[in-house]
Design a protein around this ligand. Structure first.
Ligand code: HEC
Length: 109
């Protein structure tokens, strides 16, 4: 009987697992999948695991263009005319992702 009572919990877990898998390798291009790995390892200390949501420190970054990523990650700036989501300058440049900016852009699109 215990098994039956646990079933709803298990299916909830399964639903979460499927939702996570839905954003995973199956639907992403190899470049976007690479970008996802880089994002999860380098950005989620401040930005949310789901880039569409606000993180503990940083704003949502879903939809960020390659141009915006280059300016913000490499130079701590914004592209000309871009209206930043926050007036602060808390985020340190992230030069370690230089080679993965295209992948990040592909993931965040
Ligand atoms: C130390 C915390 C921190 C880390 C790590 C970090 N960010 Fe940020 N990020 C911020 C904060 C805070 C802002 C808001 C502007 C500011 O204060 O610099 C921001 C702003 C941004 C913006 C501009 C959003 C907009 O449209 O105005 C982008 C794009 C961005 N981050 C991408 C990234 C990516 C990609 C990574 C990983 C490679 C990353 N950030 C790592 C804290 C961080």
């Amino acid at each position: 009987m215990g098994g039956l009572r646990k079933a709803p919990y298990r299916s909830a877990l399964l639903a979460v697992a499927l939702a996570v898998a839905g954003c995973g390798p199956e639907r992403l291009s190899p470049s976007a999948e690479r970008g996802r790995q880089v994002y999860l390892s380098q950005c989620t200390a401040c930005h949310a695991t789901d880039p569409a949501r606000p993180g503990p420190i940083g704003p949502p970054v879903k939809g960020s263009s390659k141009e915006l990523l280059e300016a913000k990650l490499l130079r701590g700036e914004y592209p000309p005319g871009y209206r930043p989501k926050r007036p602060t300058r808390i985020m340190p440049p992230q030069p370690q992702v230089t080679r993965d900016i295209q992948a990040l852009a592909d993931y965040l699109q």
